[in-house]
Ligand binder design. Structure first.
Ligand code: PMP
Length: 761
């Protein structure tokens, strides 16, 4: 049964159940229907069928022309739809804001119809939800076209409840709950009105017209807004059960076969030009996401009400932490007195409290209490080979035994690392190793300013480039400028600008403006889109930015802290075929070992980094670090990169990401959830709250919904954890080469469990 039909049918069933429980209905009287969002279809109760016995498959799907359209699997085919279908279709046609209809036979309706007295505006609540008055619709026999036409004529008034003379009532709503509520409210005001009429004076006080009009106008505008949101909702992505999921295991076997074939081509492996090996190994992204479709889904998610865990499930999650993680809790509780906030790492999930991890191995983490988790945080991205990867550890240990972790002098692995990076990313002609992604971004910006003589750097709103003074600007939420810049003086960000994601027009305007204000030194982008593709960029975006940079004489800096090696050995630059002037690397560049960061690029730009005691004071930009480019980090980076290429870890991890994303899409469809899942290789996005999609285009929504949506993301993250899955902030999942098909399938079973605990599933 198509999922959108399933969800709509379930709504019909839920309405019937509520009405039975509250005694609004008996046996076979009346009928209810719910519109299928985005289609000219609705689901309606069958004709003359007891509400007690109703099952999902009994609910009929009918089109606006009155045709009964059972699903291909014959669901909804056994019974005929209600004879009042014509009336329902006419209402849906005339009122796009109506998504659910209730029609019942009630004695008070007959009493009012006999008196021929529509119910005037008696209470605020009535006007607010039912409309200006409750009109009486002229009698026509049940199930006839005449009745349908009578109803259609009145319904265009915008009112939400009517009395059908000698028949019953009709109440409509923007959603099923609202329709049932309106029906109940109609009963309340009907009885109050009948009572008033029955008093001795028979006098009824109504709300003055001016006040009534204000309330009515609010009703209409609210309904239009809600209706627009519901109609905008998109059907879930379909991943049929019969279609096999992509396989990381198969990719790993193909890598071995390809390696053997390549080595077998001659006695010595053929020499390849820089970059050729990356192209031969391929990229982690098997199909670029349909960005328009993904953005439409994300917008629909943000427009909809929140869908979180049921209260009982939420209680179970918290109880799990309480009973199973006492060791973590005690330790991190104690840490609060020595460590601000009790936890040092920004990505350490701390709802309801942080976990203390004792062991990491491949795809799994084990906490202080012995709980084992599938690890999709992957330390925030660096461990593409899997955590605690033995072959690299062993090589690094040998280097450390020989030279210790640091000498402060040159070590061969500095050159080996730079050579290796150049081999896979030929545009990194020279490389300077630094302490972290943050430091490397700082260095890149400084180099761009020194090289161009221009001041301004433009970043994309929402992107993260570390925590330097210059770039804590427009962080996470596009359009928020210095919102997170506590402790940073204005001067530090005075030459930083942000452009809205994907908005090339805005970027061009900024470049034009900057001509008069010191020129643009660089445009800095995360090449997959802000926050590692949380708003994925259109496929040609980077190429367009490159053109703009060339037109305005600005350097293009790719922040490949996440994407470097993860998207493929050639990085995002190789994948998109766009060459930046400078590239910032981090994370995977030291294989999960410390001091993960460096900047590389065009030789003439990199020349500004000359170091050592060359005597030419002022000729170079100042960068440094006692521990930068130490033998431990450089050797770790070198061995990790060689090993990533040998195993083609980016592609294998990418297929694991494909399997995880397709499996999650299937689950989201199965449970008819509005969540959005997509992946760019081994970066998998699972948006359940859409908080990252709020922005300053709609500040009221941002300030109203930021907190509850963030809380939902944390709540889901905690539920994943309690079911043995560690995510990045409950919304992002990094896969690694250690994620075999068995690991992903295990994870999918766990996600299935969590999704089945969501409210309304
Ligand atoms: N740039 C990007 C795109 C990042 O994702 C990060 C870290 N998450 C950084 C820069 C900063 O790197 P680091 O944490 O090593 O300072």
């Amino acid at each position: 049964m198509p999922v959108e039909h399933l969800a709509t049918r379930q709504h019909v069933l839920a309405m019937c159940r509520t009405m039975l429980e509250r005694g609004y209905l008996k046996a076979t009287e009346g009928n209810v229907s719910v519109r299928v969002p985005g289609h000219r279809l609705y689901a309606v109760t069958p004709s003359n069928y007891s509400y007690d016995r109703m099952r999902v498959e009994d609910v009929c799907i009918v089109d606006f022309d009155g045709n009964h359209v059972p699903d291909a699997d014959r669901a909804g085919a056994a019974l005929a739809p209600s004879i009042e279908c014509g009336m329902h279709a006419n209402i849906y046609r005339a009122r796009p804001d109506v998504h659910a209809i209730v029609h019942t036979h009630q004695p008070y309706a007959s009493a009012l119809a006999v008196l021929r007295r529509p119910i005037p505006a008696l209470t605020d609540e009535q006007v607010r939800f039912l409309g200006r008055e409750v009109a009486i619709i002229d009698y026509a026999p049940s199930g006839t076209g005449l009745l349908a036409r009578h109803v259609q004529k009145k319904i265009t008034s915008g009112d939400n409840a009517f009395i059908l003379a000698n028949h019953g009532i009709v109440a409509v709503g923007t959603d099923p709950e609202r329709a049932v509520f309106n029906m109940a409210l109609l009963e309340k005001v009907s009885i109050a009105y009948l009572m008033a009429l029955a008093t001795e004076s028979g006098k009824v006080y109504t709300i003055p017209t001016a006040i009534r009009e204000v309330a009515f106008a609010r009703l209409r505008s609210d309904e239009k807004r809600i209706a627009a949101q519901i109609t905008k909702s998109v059907p879930p992505q379909q991943v049929p059960d019969a279609v096999p999921l992509p396989s990381a295991d198969r990719a790993a076997l193909e890598v071995v076969a390809a390696r053997e074939a390549f080595a077998g081509a001659g006695p010595v492996a053929p020499a390849e030009a820089p970059g050729a090996e990356s192209a031969r190994l391929g990229y982690a992204i098997s199909a670029y996401p349909d960005v328009e479709d993904t953005m439409a889904r994300l917008r629909a998610l943000v427009d909809q009400p929140l869908r979180g865990l049921r209260q009982d499930a939420l209680n179970d999650v918290l109880e799990w932490f309480d009973t199973k993680c006492s060791g973590s809790r005690q330790l991190t509780e104690r840490a609060k007195s020595r460590i601000p906030g009790g936890v040092q790492h920004n990505l350490a999930f701390n709802h309801p409290f942080p976990l203390a991890i004792d062991r990491a191995d491949g795809a799994h983490l084990t906490d202080r209490d012995g709980n084992v988790y599938i690890d999709f945080l992957q330390a925030g991205g660096p461990t593409l080979l899997g955590s605690n990867y033995g072959p690299v550890n062993d090589q690094v240990a040998q280097v450390v035994r020989a030279s210790g972790p640091v000498t402060g002098l040159f070590h061969e692995y500095e050159l080996k690392l730079a050579d290796s990076i150049h081999r896979f990313m030929p545009h990194v002609e020279m490389y300077r190793a630094l302490g972290s992604g943050t430091e490397a971004v700082m260095a890149a910006v400084r180099a761009a300013r020194a090289h161009t003589g221009h001041k301004v750097v433009i970043k994309v709103g929402g992107a993260y480039h570390g925590w330097s003074d210059t770039l804590v600007y427009g962080l996470r939420v596009p359009g928020t400028f210095r919102m997170n810049a506590k402790g940073i003086p204005f001067g530090a960000t005075s030459a930083t600008r942000e452009a809205f994601p994907h908005d090339l027009g805005a970027l061009r305007r900024k470049l034009i403006e900057n001509r008069l204000r010191g020129g643009t030194a660089a445009v800095l982008v995360e090449p997959l889109g802000p926050e590692s593709g949380t708003r994925p960029v259109p496929e040609d975006f980077n190429a367009r930015v490159r053109e703009l940079c060339d037109e305005f004489g600005a350097l293009l800096i790719f922040d490949e802290v996440v994407t470097g090696f993860r998207v493929g050995m050639g990085g995002a630059a190789g994948y998109f075929g766009v060459t930046p002037d400078l590239t910032v690397l981090g994370k995977a560049v030291s294989g999960g070992y410390p001091m993960a960061g460096g900047v590389g690029g065009r030789e003439d730009v990199m020349a500004v980094f000359g170091s050592g005691l060359d005597g030419k004071s002022g000729a170079h930009v100042q960068v440094g670090g006692t521990l930068s480019a130490n033998p431990l980090s450089c050797a770790a980076g070198y061995f990790a990169i060689e090993e990533m290429a040998r195993t083609n870890a980016p592609v294998v991890a990418g297929r694991a990401g494909d399997r995880l994303a397709a499996g999650l899409q299937r689950l989201v469809g199965k449970h008819a959830l509005p969540y959005v899942v997509y992946n760019q290789g081994s970066i998998v996005h699972l948006e359940c709250s859409g908080v990252m999609l709020l922005d300053m285009h709609n500040p009221v929504k941002l300030f109203k919904e930021n907190k509850p949506r963030k809380q939902l993301m944390e709540q889901m993250g905690a539920a994943y954890t309690a079911n043995g899955i560690i995510t990045l902030a409950g919304s992002r999942l990094y896969t690694s080469m250690a994620d075999t098909d068995a690991v992903i399938d295990d994870a999918l079973e766990r996600f299935d469990r969590v999704f089945s605990m969501v409210d309304g599933v």
